[in-house]
Design a protein around this ligand. Structure first.
Ligand code: DGP
Length: 115
């Protein structure tokens, strides 16, 4: 999608620190990290948000979780643990309207995930 910042990152029109890439998925470091490891994992297909998933996206969402595990291992946070967050819509705090999974770790995270 033309105006989507993550679509531009996917097409390498905007630079990013790429962590993982395959035919359908890209992962890159968040520009405003909230922890030592803060990586965004995104489908290359422009899906605006979680609520716009369709049946045809089932496979890619499953693959995204496997990729998250792979990245967690490479980033050495698999053993100690990490958090995966999907913000959805205005109340959910979603700023970028392209479905993305925050992979956050590398420090002890608070137990309160709602603020
Ligand atoms: P959310 O609030 O869930 O929509 O999170 C969007 C995240 O995207 C936010 O943590 C900052 C990150 N972000 C926004 N623009 C860019 C960018 O141009 N490059 C990178 N690497 N991350 C970005």
């Amino acid at each position: 999608m033309e105006d989507c910042i993550f679509c531009k990152i996917i097409k390498n029109e905007i630079p990013s620190q790429i962590i993982y890439e395959d035919e359908n998925i890209k992962a890159f470091r968040d520009i405003h990290p909230i922890a030592p490891v803060h990586i965004l994992v995104v489908p290359k297909k422009h899906i605006p948000s979680l609520i716009e998933l369709t049946n045809e996206d089932k496979e890619i969402i499953g693959k995204i979780y496997l990729v998250i595990n792979e990245i967690a291992e490479k980033e050495n946070i698999k053993e100690k643990g990490f958090r995966v967050i999907v913000n959805c819509g205005e109340d959910g705090g979603q700023e970028v309207k392209h479905l993305h999974f925050h992979l956050i770790g590398g420090k002890k995270l608070g137990t309160k995930i709602v603020s």
